[in-house]
Structures are given as C-alpha cells and as structure tokens.
Design a protein around this ligand. Structure first.
Ligand code: HEM
Ligand code: HEM
Length: 226
C-alpha cells in the first residue's frame, strides 16, 4: 500500500488515547472508580473493562505494530514486540481474574455468556501464540527454514486473535450497558452514548492497527519488483 505505515500508526495511537480516555471517564465518573476489596463489588468489576481495553487490546495492538511504528533495528523491534505482548497478556489475565473475583464475591455464576466463552478462548490462544512465538523466533529459535515457514502463520494467527479480541470487547460493552439499562440507566442518556462511542473508538483503533499491518514498509510496490 502506498500510505506510509508510520502515518497509519499515528492515527491508531490517537484513537487509542481517545478510547482509553473514554473507558476511564466511564468507569471513574459514571461507575464510581476501582477497588480490589470491599463491600461495593461493582468497583471490583470496573477493573475489567479498563484492563481489557487499555491493557490487553491497546497494548497488544501497539505490540503488533512495533515492526512498523518504531524506527529501530529489527532486533530491538522484536524485543519490544515480545515484551509488549507479554505485558498485554499479563494485564489481560489480571482483567479476567477481576471479573471472576467480582462474580464469586457477588454469588454470580461464571462463564454464562458468549462474551465470556470467546474471552477465555482468546486469552488461552494468546498465551499459546506468545509461547510459540518466543520459542520459534527468540529463544532457542527455530532453524531458518522453519522460521520462514512459520512466520506467515504467526502473523495470520496473531492478527486473527487481535481482531477477535476487539470484536469481543464490543460484546462486553453491549452486555454491561444492557445490564445497566435494565437497572435504570437511560437508553439515550450520556452514559449510554459514552459506552457506545468507546466501543466505536476501539473498533476504529482495531481497523487502523490492521491497516498498519497490511501496509508495506517496502516503498517499492510488488508490481515494480523484477
Ligand atoms: C478482549 C477483551 C475482553 C476479554 C478477553 C474478556 C473476557 C471475559 C471473560 C473470560 C469473562 C467471564 C468471567 C466469568 O465468567 O467470571 C468476562 C465477563 C464479562 N466481561 Fe469481559 N472481556 C473483555 C472485554 C470486556 C469489556 C471491554 C467489557 C466492557 C464492559 C466487558 C464486560 C464484561 C462483563 C459485563 C462480564 C460479566 C458477564 C459475563 O460473564 O459475560 N468485557 N469477560
Ligand atoms: C500473543 C503474542 C503475539 C502476537 C499476537 C503476535 C502477532 C504478530 C503480528 C500481527 C505480526 C505481524 C507484524 C507486521 O507485519 O508488522 C508479528 C510478527 C512477528 N512476530 Fe509476533 N506476535 C506475538 C508474539 C511474538 C513473540 C513472543 C515473538 C518472539 C520474538 C514474536 C516474533 C515475531 C516475528 C519475528 C515477526 C515477524 C516480523 C517480520 O519479519 O516482519 N511474536 N507477530
């Protein structure tokens, strides 16, 4: 693609800031903030959307774009890529732990929704993808041929998982907003708009991450190549 990848990453970064700010305003201003212990269990839940959107999706997206967004040597980009993916995975696990904790302490059953089934599947596959990537491309590292053969699968599977995660976050926003609307939050109120716009910003961020990934760092197009 003719557009420089780094320009696409700037749009992605801006959308990430917008989505992160909106989810924080929602959870702090409208939902009362965060807690890990205490009698108000919904404050334990509030950790979940923030950790999943900022920790898992945004940091995971930045990790995926590292080869295109950072003007650094390939070896350095690789370390940033694997480190940011590890951070995203860790924050995603803590975010999921938070919602299990909220359910257990509020005597709500676990894993009853499509969102939760996809969510658990995504985090398990993400961990497998990370371990496989580490072993194949970093340490101890596969042979040259094996690396070349597995790279397209790594890129395809990683891109697929990131896309699923973005989609699944919209299911989460929809589910939580539906619960809130059933307990009195106005359907056309400012909170409802904020939650929907947060999900839209997350999807647009996902779109610009994907555009960055399909854009080529090679300024010579395939047609020009001999
Ligand atoms: C890709 C990101 C996300 C993943 C992987 C994920 C994963 C999960 C998982 C595994 C559960 C089940 C916990 C249990 O059964 O105890 C869950 C619950 C929940 N999540 Fe998410 N989540 C994500 C993003 C979000 C976001 C952004 C929201 C927005 C509010 C959200 C809202 C909810 C709600 C309301 C529940 C409780 C109801 C249910 O179990 O479906 N999630 N999530
Ligand atoms: C869940 C974790 C991971 C995900 C979702 C993921 C995803 C991706 C994606 C989407 C790309 C394409 C990047 C681009 O085209 O610019 C990629 C490339 C790559 N990743 Fe990962 N990755 C993960 C973990 C790892 C780990 C732990 C390593 C270990 C070093 C690694 C090494 C690589 C390498 C070598 C490339 C090829 C870069 C190139 O030559 O263009 N990845 N990964």
């Amino acid at each position: 693609m003719a557009v420089k990848p780094v320009l696409l990453t700037f749009v992605a970064h801006a959308l990430a800031v917008a989505a992160a700010a909106m989810v924080l305003v929602w959870c702090i201003h409208f939902r009362g903030g965060f807690a890990w212990k205490g009698s108000n269990k919904t404050l334990i839940f509030n950790n979940h959307p923030v950790l999943m959107l900022i920790g898992f999706i945004i940091i995971g997206g930045e990790a995926a774009m590292a080869y295109k967004s950072l003007p650094l040597r390939k070896e350095v980009q690789k370390v940033v890529h694997l480190t940011l993916h590890a951070v995203a995975l860790a924050l995603g696990i803590v975010g999921i732990y938070a919602v299990f904790k909220f359910h257990d302490e509020s005597h709500i059953t676990n894993l009853y929704s499509l969102h939760s089934w996809f969510g658990l599947g995504i985090i398990v596959l993400y961990a497998i993808q990370w371990i496989f990537g580490f072993v194949m491309f970093f340490w101890p590292g596969g042979g040259k041929a094996l690396k070349n053969d597995s790279r397209p699968w790594h890129v395809l599977f990683g891109t697929f998982l990131f896309t699923l995660a973005v989609g699944n976050s919209t299911l989460g926003f929809l589910e939580k907003l539906t619960f809130l609307e059933m307990s009195g939050v106005a359907r056309h109120g400012s909170e409802a708009y904020l939650v929907n716009f947060t999900a839209i910003a997350a999807v647009l961020y996902g779109a610009f991450v994907l555009l960055t990934l399909v854009s080529s760092t090679d300024q010579v197009t395939a047609i020009d190549k001999p």
